[in-house]
Write a protein that binds this ligand. Structure first.
Ligand SMILES: NC(=O)c1ccc[n+]([C@@H]2O[C@H](COP(=O)([O-])OP(=O)(O)OC[C@H]3O[C@@H](n4cnc5c(N)ncnc54)[C@H](OP(=O)(O)O)[C@@H]3O)[C@@H](O)[C@H]2O)c1
Length: 240
């Protein structure tokens, strides 16, 4: 792989961490963010000369200022990955978990995605990657905002792709839709299947990004599950 500059937002654990390590091992310059400083330092220790870190909360007022600072330090970015995300089981349908999910997965995402689009347009090209989910395909009763937020991300990215076409810019938008990946987020889950390690997910994501795929299911077999979810009639899906 030619040396690329890759910014990964939400790289302190799970998929983002594995992706940061994989890109650094491939010889890329990597920018990594997240709220947990200790994890950022641990990640940086894997390749101090290639990994740049910044403490970053995507729900804070300085969301974009931090992104700008880090990209400046990296000497630019060819690929920006928005991987930050939360998903909280909310059986009681309390408001707080829904509000927090929207703040990270919707507002934080949209703020970064719009900034990234303008950054790449001004720069003459680039690639924006959003880590959505198979959950984007349909609603979900245990975490309604999680499913809805991922649908928002995927729909938003389709819009940016259309915009790039009309702007005649080489801006590639890659919508990553993982199924189950073994990470701190899924520790709470029961009844999971087709579970991939973070490392395997990162490998397949890198390949999809390199191929500039529009949409990629991780792992690939999740494309089949996504199709089944999409096709299921409403009356049946409700009982699932
Ligand atoms: N694991 C799966 O099965 C699965 C399936 C489909 C989609 N996904 C998606 O994959 C992405 C990564 O999830 P994961 O499974 O790897 O979980 P994870 O290990 O919990 O990672 C989540 C990442 O999001 C960051 N984050 C959360 N809140 C943030 C905030 N306010 N500001 C900045 N960063 C924040 C976390 O960093 P800090 O806590 O340090 O801030 C962490 O780096 C998420 O978008 C998730 O929805 C995961």
């Amino acid at each position: 792989m030619t040396e690329k500059k890759v910014l990964i937002i939400g790289a302190t654990s799970g998929i983002g961490y594995a992706l940061a390590v994989a890109y650094a091992r491939a010889g890329c310059i990597v920018g990594a963010t997240g709220r947990r400083q200790e994890q950022l330092e641990e990640l940086q220790a894997a390749a101090p000369e290639r990994i740049f870190i910044r403490r970053h909360d995507v729900t804070a007022a300085d969301n974009i200022a931090v992104v700008e600072e880090l990209i400046y330090e990296m000497g630019g970015a060819d690929i920006i990955v928005y991987n930050s995300g939360i998903g909280i089981y909310n059986k009681k349908i309390d408001w707080e978990p829904e509000r927090d999910t929207i703040a990270v997965n919707v507002s934080g995402f949209a703020e970064v995605a719009t900034w990234a689009y303008r950054y790449f347009r001004q720069r003459g090209g680039g690639q924006f990657v959003g880590v959505s989910s198979v959950a984007s395909e349909r609603g979900g009763g245990t975490a309604p905002s999680y499913h809805a937020s991922k649908a928002f991300m995927s729909n938003f990215m389709e819009g940016l792709r259309q915009k790039a076409f009309h702007d005649k810019k080489k801006i590639f938008i890659t919508d990553i839709r993982p199924g189950y990946v073994d990470t701190p987020m899924t520790k709470q889950n029961k009844g999971m299947f087709w579970i991939a390690s973070s490392e395997k997910a990162a490998r397949q994501m890198m390949a999809a990004i390199e191929q500039k795929k529009r949409v990629a299911y991780i792992t690939r077999r999740w494309a089949l599950a996504a199709w089944v979810f999409r096709m299921a009639p409403r009356w049946l899906y409700e009982r699932f």
